[in-house]
Design a protein around this ligand. Structure first.
Ligand code: PMP
Length: 442
């Protein structure tokens, strides 16, 4: 028996022993095309020689130095790299080990900022339903994923949730995307007014919703309206780009495509491309200087802040993406993937929507295309799809519907940026075979 406390205690997992570009290899020698990058992590595949060499070199020189005593060259260089390319107004980077930690840091930075400004009554957070911001308690409280929250309620941090920007299910018939975005912005403003705008600290959202909805971008103009509302009421805008950032949607930051300047941005996953665990919170100059000129000390911290080897891996990964000009390739491959998915599944009676940006794509599965009725979540379709896809040598990231029926099952695709065109066909063929096995011939 395994002594590892696996998340699914009764599952027998294959043992991954190696990687070869876009493929993972198990102990039996089976190859799996990694069409989801694990969870949108492995953007350079699994055997990138440059990143591996950078890790090797850094471990040989200095593996780790505690950030309470030292800064390090890779940490400084990575912060410079990110800020030189970040949306306007962001001026410093707080390094952590993953996405949930990045969100926790963003929440605490927001809280310390309003306190240092003499607005301690600003303690409310607003986020969106059907969102995911991490599994630690503050991040879990922020997210609006009922399935993940349910067992732990009441959660420590009180958060109000407004509707996500989810056109497939939220946009009314005859309503334009602009009018839909405007309606959602008004809902946010109503919630701010209901809470008392002087008590609201921040609004948190993923620019492209990943794990909970399956690659759902906002309608045009939505985030600009959100930014205006936040500004009008002195509320911070926190964008969670843990999944959709670092080139995944075709621009380094997803916020660039929305034309907004956030106050805090969280990143992780693709930052280290899976070669090392690392996350970060990018901080606006307004917040940095308020804390610098106030107490001068951020009351937070973890042992592995700015881990030298993790920073070296992330720097090598990000430099590789830039020097190999992979972002235009992400956009091109993403369009190619969308076209192939539409050609293969566009008329599929169980595929309701195919969406996304760049190499971040989602298929929503429905029991009935006309009514958009989701499958019964008790059917655990996502588990069957994941298992069957692996039998077909494919890794994809399916998620289940919710018991309240406000969304369906979906399959998230987030393959590596180094994919070859033929591998797009391989993904679609293997997905087709998987859906035929699970749903029957259509
Ligand atoms: N935010 C978002 C948007 C995420 O997708 C995730 C992970 N799926 C997290 C936060 C949490 O990241 P981690 O699992 O690295 O803690």
């Amino acid at each position: 028996m395994s002594h590892v406390f696996h998340r699914h205690l009764s599952h027998a997992y294959p043992t991954a022993v190696g990687g070869d570009g876009a493929y993972l290899i198990d102990a039996e020698g089976r190859r799996y095309l990694d069409a989801c990058g694990g969870a949108a992590v492995s953007c350079l595949g699994h055997s990138d020689a440059e990143v591996i060499e950078a890790v090797r070199e850094q471990v040989g020189q200095l593996a780790y130095a505690h950030s309470a005593f030292f800064t390090t060259e890779p940490m400084e260089a990575l912060a410079d790299f990110l800020i030189e390319r970040a949306p306007e107004g962001l001026s410093s980077v707080y390094f952590v080990s993953g996405g949930s930690e990045a969100v926790e840091a963003a929440l605490k930075l927001a809280r310390q900022y309003v306190i240092e400004r003499g607005e301690p009554e600003r303690r409310h957070l607003i986020a969106r339903r059907q969102s995911y911001h991490g599994n630690t308690l503050g991040a879990l409280a922020t997210g609006g994923n009922a399935w993940r929250r349910r067992q732990f309620e009441p959660l420590l941090v009180e958060v109000s949730h407004v509707s996500p920007c989810y056109a497939y299910r939220g946009q009314a018939e005859g309503e334009t995307p602009e009018a839909y975005g405007e309606r959602l912005a008004r809902e946010l403003e109503d919630e701010i007014q209901r809470l008392g705008s002087e008590t609201v600290m921040a609004f948190v959202a993923e620019p492209v919703v990943g794990a909970t909805l399956g690659a759902v971008p906002a309608v045009p103009g939505y985030f600009r309206r959100v930014r205006e509302i936040c500004d009008r009421h002195g509320i911070l805008l926190i964008l969670d780009e843990v999944m959709c950032g670092m080139g995944r949607t075709g621009s380094l930051f997803a916020a660039e495509q929305e034309g907004v300047a956030p106050d805090l941005v969280t990143i992780a996953k693709g930052l280290g491309a899976g070669y090392q665990p690392i996350g970060a919170t990018l901080v606006s100059e307004r917040i940095r200087s308020a804390i610098a000129e106030g107490s001068g000390f951020f009351q937070h911290g973890h042992t592995y802040i700015g881990h030298a080897t993790a920073c070296a891996a992330a720097l090598a990964a990000q430099r590789a993406i830039e020097s190999r000009d992979l972002l235009p390739r992400v956009r091109q491959l993403g369009d190619g993937l969308q076209r192939r998915l539409e050609a293969r599944f566009g008329d599929h009676p169980r595929v309701g929507d195919i969406r996304g940006r760049g190499l971040f794509r989602g298929l929503e599965l429905v029991a009935d295309r006309e009514t958009r009725a989701p499958f019964d979540p008790e059917r655990q379709l996502h588990a069957a799809i994941k298992r069957t896809a692996m039998d077909h040598g494919l890794m994809c990231y399916p998620m289940g519907g919710t018991l309240d029926g406000r969304r369906g099952d979906h399959i998230l695709l987030a393959p590596p940026f180094i994919l070859e065109d033929g591998q797009l066909d391989e993904i679609v063929d293997k997905l087709d075979a998987t859906l035929r096995s699970v749903l029957g011939p259509c």
